[in-house]
Design a binder for this molecule. Structure first.
Ligand code: TRP
Ligand code: SF4
Length: 327
């Protein structure tokens, strides 16, 4: 039986961090053998909020591709491409915009939240309101069966499904209705114990050097109740301990847990141990990243190849779409 097709994308907002590694990337990697995978950079989506500052986008696109390749997203198994290189997304976006009722977009919770949160940006644009319509085009143009995304994207996926149903209802059954495949959120938090995010400046990046990592780990907030070295700590509420569970061996984890509770180990030493283990785990990723940084043409060739494969599918779908819409 043919493999089911999944598709997902990321906006080029900067290099990827450990939260992305244990969230989206781990999930994508686990799917690449069992599904036909399409992963792309949503550069037009970056413009919906950052339309004024477009200069960094090209660099971020390369950063993200290098991160994907370094963690083991394989171009032999997956089609890796850039949204804006496939102009057919824009044509389908236009057609979908004709059939998408405005109230669907105005009640989109992410739309309201972002307008309230990002007060420093003027988001009262047509493009920003239409964000989910473009996302729907991205997904259904490849007739994706499933879309792995974090819970924050669930409302957008719901809109995609509604838009696809409406298209099929008006013009005939062209699109499968894609499932939302929820990504488990990563257990580790940022160094300030909030969700790890580039915009909070609390992230550890895949491209950070060992010195950067030691410094960032040194700044991590531990069990807030443990003010002094002689106070007992609680690993269950400590983010450093969550990192240990991911990056340290079983013996270390089993030793630290009681030592922390008995105040036998101090946070400085505990962090130092963890940082070295984290650096070791990231080393193979860093090595590959150095390779790609030194060989940007290899990365560009991978993207060109992915673009070609994506384009072939998008073109075929658009022929069916034009026939269905009779235009
Ligand atoms: N909106 C997604 C995000 O911010 C990015 C995205 C754009 C996307 N088009 C997509 C994700 C299509 C999945 C499928 O993360
Ligand atoms: Fe956290 Fe380690 Fe300090 Fe315990 S000793 S509070 S686990 S950093």
């Amino acid at each position: 039986m043919a493999k089911k097709r999944i598709l997902s994308g990321m906006r080029p907002t900067g290099p990827l961090h450990l939260g992305n590694l244990h969230g989206a990337l781990a999930n994508w990697k686990s799917m690449q053998d069992d599904y036909e995978c399409f992963f792309f950079i949503a550069d037009w989506h970056a413009l919906t909020s950052d339309y004024e500052a477009t200069a960094p986008i090209q660099g971020y696109i390369m950063d993200i591709f290098m991160d994907w390749l370094s963690v083991g997203i394989s171009p032999d198994k997956c089609t890796l491409f850039v949204q804006s290189h496939i102009k057919e997304h824009a044509e389908l976006f236009l057609l979908l915009s004709m059939i998408t009722p405005l109230p669907w977009l105005e009640r989109n919770p992410t739309y309201k939240e972002q307008i309230a949160e990002l007060k420093n940006k003027d988001l009262s644009t047509f493009g920003f309101l239409g964000y989910p319509v473009l996302q729907a085009a991205d997904i259904i143009i490849y007739k994706a069966n499933g879309v792995p995304v974090g819970i924050d994207q669930a409302p957008h996926l719901e809109l995609t499904r509604e838009i696809a149903r409406r298209f099929n209802h008006f013009y005939g059954d062209v699109f499968p209705i894609p499932d939302t495949v929820l990504t488990e959120t990563s257990k580790i938090l940022g160094i300030d114990r909030r969700k790890m995010s580039k915009s909070y400046n609390n992230a550890i990046f895949l491209s950070d050097s060992p010195e950067d990592i030691r410094k960032r780990v040194g700044e991590m907030i531990t069990d807030p109740q443990r003010a002094r070295r002689r106070d007992p700590g609680d690993p269950a509420v400590c983010n450093v301990f969550s990192f240990h569970q991911l990056y340290s061996d079983k013996e270390t984890v089993e030793r630290i847990e009681p030592e922390c509770r008995e105040a036998e180990i101090g946070c400085v030493e505990c962090k130092r141990l963890m940082a070295e283990n984290l650096i070791q785990v990231l080393e193979p990723i860093s090595e590959k990243r150095f390779y790609y940084e030194a060989h940007p043409d290899t990365v560009r060739a991978i993207v060109e190849d992915g673009d070609q494969r994506a384009k072939a599918v998008a073109r075929q779908t658009m022929e069916e779409v034009r026939e269905a819409v009779k235009i």
